[in-house]
Design a protein around this ligand. Structure first.
Ligand SMILES: Cc1ncc(COP(=O)(O)O)c(C=O)c1O
Length: 447
């Protein structure tokens, strides 16, 4: 035991693995055992481990300028270059970029920008934000309030009302559809529920709706066809902004630069982190469209300062690494690669659809999940998270890292650099882990 309070960990089961090093898509524990990192760390190490080009850029940046802040008019070349690259890539009009260090702080920044923008545009009451059940947006006070997962809320006494957080349903057809409801009916119901919520609360009080293109930590929920078109139509009708949380989906995960491109979204705000630096160093970006930034600049200039900024906003190391990472994505056509290998992974994951424990297979790009159920026909779930956790542990014993999520869903999100033979390795090991889990569930009479 150390003095550490571990993040997102059961306090009575800490330190179950000591990770010592990484190379390509593999990590090694302190005993030298190799694991295929089927989760890219926490959905982030897109370029894998030990990339020499990135390491060299980082070393050079540390030598040239290890730190410079960006308060009060100071800036530096790495930040300017990165902001311009990001703005050019983002599927938004005249995107502007605010830099931070985590996905949570990017979303927190956007909560504050919404509130500032409301004042700047003379509608100070327009601050409410619609968030979805099963959404994950981080764990700072504001971003945790937007997150729609009970473990991130329970006991924390979050200020949902003060922040104006409204909740609408998850786009999860497998779990949330009513008996006999088709996918199209389900989509229409979600859109009309959203509209009813907006009307009940008063559209003039609602600024934005936050959504991940594909919910990650909530279970890798691939939205049904037509879902975002229907949602976007409702938002447009009431002048409510779409706030696109690209922290997992951004930078190739779904086989396109952004989830927004995959689903044809029209975001006014975006949050990016994780694969922005391939997690070599922490960096996040909160993006807003030019009209929002311009509206905010007015009152901030009158006051003499835009009073929001982190010590590490635009840290030179993060900016230099992110610039290099974006160059590598483009040069090596990694988003296209993710689409190709992702389609192979989706096909192979589909082979588990007939497994007695697997209720749902979700897959898009290099993202996937299996939901383990006690009864396939009735979709009866297992109690608690024990079965998913058992399966993840069994995979780990076989040298594969997967992540057990709520609802006994097993998530996969391998580095974008993997090849089809890595997919085969994932499938072989996962198949073994599922067999172990079936033996356990049978022995313990859970099925
Ligand atoms: C979609 C999404 N948004 C925000 C976050 C929060 O990012 P961070 O953990 O860097 O604060 C995460 C983290 O997993 C995420 O998946």
């Amino acid at each position: 035991m150390t003095a550490m309070i571990y993040p997102t960990t059961n306090p009575s089961a800490t330190e179950t693995m000591i990770v010592a090093r990484g190379e390509g898509p593999y990590i090694y524990d302190h005993n030298g055992k190799q694991y295929l990192e089927g989760m890219a760390g926490l959905w982030c190490t897109s370029l894998g481990y030990g990339n020499q080009e990135i390491i060299e850029v980082a070393q050079q940046q540390m030598r040239d300028l290890s730190f410079s802040h960006m308060f009060g008019g100071k800036t530096h070349p790495a930040a300017i270059e990165l902001a311009d690259k990001l703005a050019a890539m983002a599927p938004m009009d005249d995107a502007r970029v605010f830099l931070g260090a985590s996905g949570s702080d990017a979303n927190d920044t956007l909560v504050k920008l919404i509130r500032y923008y409301a004042v700047a545009t003379g509608q100070p009451e327009r601050v409410k934000i619609i968030a979805r059940e099963k959404g994950y947006h981080g764990v700072t006070v504001a971003s945790a309030a937007l997150t729609g997962l009970p473990p991130n809320h329970t006991h924390f006494q979050l200020p949902f009302d003060a922040l104006g957080v409204l909740r609408t349903g998850a786009p999860h057809y497998y779990r949330c559809a009513e008996d006999g409801e088709t996918e199209a009916d389900f989509v229409a119901r979600r859109a009309s529920e959203l509209e009813a919520l907006i009307i009940e609360e008063g559209p003039e009080t609602i600024a934005a709706m936050i959504a991940e293109p594909v919910n990650g930590a909530g279970g890798v929920i691939v939205p049904p066809e037509g879902y975002f078109e229907a949602i976007q139509e409702v938002l447009d009708k009431y002048g409510i902004m779409l706030w696109d949380d690209e922290v997992i989906c951004g930078f190739g995960r779904l086989g396109a630069a952004f989830g927004a491109e995959k689903y044809n979204l029209k975001p006014k705000m975006m949050a990016c982190a994780k694969a922005l630096t391939s997690a070599y160093v922490p960096l996040s970006a909160a993006l807003v469209s030019g009209d929002i930034a311009d509206a905010i600049a007015g009152p901030a200039s009158d006051m003499g300062v835009f009073g929001h900024g982190y010590t590490y906003s635009g840290h030179p190391l993060g900016c230099a690494v992110a610039s290099k990472v974006l160059d590598i994505y483009a040069r090596d056509r990694l988003f296209e690669h993710a689409a190709e290998v992702g389609s192979y992974m989706g096909k192979r994951l589909g082979e588990f659809a007939d497994h007695p424990l697997v209720g749902e297979v979700s897959a898009i790009g290099l993202l996937g999940a299996l939901e383990l159920v006690a009864d396939k026909g009735s979709k009866r779930p297992f109690e608690g998270m024990k079965v998913g956790q058992f399966c993840a542990k069994a995979a780990e014993e076989r040298g594969l890292i997967v992540r057990p999520l709520g609802g006994n869903r097993i998530a996969l999100c391998p580095p974008l650099i993997i090849q089809n033979d890595h997919v085969d390795e994932i499938i072989d090991k996962l198949s073994g882990a599922l067999a172990d889990t079936l033996d356990m569930a049978t022995a313990q009479k859970l099925i």
